[in-house]
Design a protein around this ligand. Structure first.
Ligand SMILES: [Zn+2]
Ligand SMILES: [Zn+2]
Ligand SMILES: [Zn+2]
Length: 358
């Protein structure tokens, strides 16, 4: 059964019966059906992914010294390694083109240009963010900041999306710890929705949407997973994925280059905390998609933006049962069974695993 909310800020009627919750960042709704958690499971189960145990894999195209599919050879790097994606989804110079057939706004297309980079987090093939020593995650954050700044400064780059896709279940075929950066001429859909929500909230209330949200979460504690002086990890009130987490800066800042040395260490600490809790909760190297949402790099000030990260693990009940977004979710609204408060409670109970030693 669902544990009672700790602070009682959410009426019991909502905690135990179907309701919908508003996501103020995307201004969309999610349906919550807490009474469905007891239903029997007869659906698909996934095969558990074997964990990589070798620190070097001669067949991995990301390991130091190996040749990639495109023919380039990786240097024998000892910390992080960043390169342009050999099979990039975007190219820097696409010919300018735009179409709106018949001027009706129906058949509309325009050229898009951008840069795709790959960031190897570590030379160690068998590590994950959760198993990397915090000091190494801290160095990775420095690399992310440098990339954000250098890509963002390039003319024609107006948004820099840093993300990690982890695990076969998320379509990532290589277990080597790595992430990607896609820098684009236009602002992609998700940050564009958030951009509009931030600006609207700022205009209507003269305050920052996520600064206000941080205060509400700190006052409640119901959805808190872990935190430190600079950052907070919560299962957001409007979470769609069962164990979705949002990592928020406690201070108002628009992007990661505003983080000083101490704040970067604090971010490393929370990244480790979140990923370790996932591994521990599901007793596997947990698959997920994660990424940072930051100010656009379009040379406007964007004071309304508040730096944060999202974690979306696809798992529902165990390492082999994943959540599908089908049926009502494809055609109506996303839906979840366990409440975000329950998910947060489970994640709080999951202990942080120690780093794998070298
Ligand atoms: Zn590798
Ligand atoms: Zn803020
Ligand atoms: Zn966001």
């Amino acid at each position: 059964m669902m544990p009672p909310p700790r602070s009682g800020l959410i009426p019991q009627a909502l905690q135990s019966s179907p309701h919908r919750r508003f996501n103020p960042l995307t201004r969309e709704w999610v349906l919550v059906s807490p009474q469905r958690t007891e239903r029997p499971w007869q659906g698909q189960t996934e095969r558990q992914e074997p964990e990589s145990t070798q620190s070097y894999d001669p067949n991995c195209y990301l390991c130091p010294g190996n040749v990639r599919a495109g023919g380039a050879r990786n240097p024998s790097y000892s910390h992080t390694f960043v390169f342009d994606n050999d099979f990039a989804g975007l190219q820097p110079d696409t010919p300018a083109a735009h179409v709106d057939v018949g001027g009706k706004g129906i058949l509309v297309a325009q050229n898009e240009s951008g840069i795709c980079r790959v960031v190897c987090f570590s030379p160690r093939h068998d590590l994950t963010l959760s198993r990397m020593p915090t000091a190494e995650i801290r160095s990775l954050i420095d690399v992310w900041v440098e990339e954000f700044q250098s890509l963002g400064r390039k003319p024609g780059i107006n948004y820099v999306q840093i993300f990690e896709n982890r695990g076969l279940m998320m379509g990532c075929s290589n277990p080597h710890p790595h992430g990607q950066i896609w820098a684009t001429a236009t602002i992609p859909n998700e940050p564009r929705k958030e951009q509009e929500a931030f600006a609207e909230y700022q205009k209507q209330r003269g305050a920052c949407l996520l600064c206000d949200y941080v205060s509400l979460e700190e006052a409640s504690g119901d959805r808190m997973v872990c935190g430190n002086e600079y950052f907070l990890a919560v299962v957001p009130f409007w979470a769609v994925w069962p164990y979705e987490i949002m990592l928020l800066s406690k201070r108002h800042m628009g992007n990661m280059s505003a983080l000083d040395a101490e704040a970067r260490s604090a971010l490393a600490d929370l990244l480790k905390c979140v990923t370790s809790r996932y591994d521990n909760l599901f007793q596997v190297s947990c698959p997920y998609s994660m990424g940072f949402h930051q100010q656009p790099t379009d040379e406007m000030e964007h004071r309304e933006w508040h730096f944060h990260a999202h974690f979306f693990p696809p798992l529902l009940r165990s390492a082999t049962i994943r959540k599908f977004m089908v049926g009502f979710e494809m055609l109506g609204s996303p839906q979840r069974d366990i409440t975000p408060e329950y998910a947060a409670e489970k994640l709080r109970q999951a202990k942080v695993v120690p780093s794998r030693t070298k």
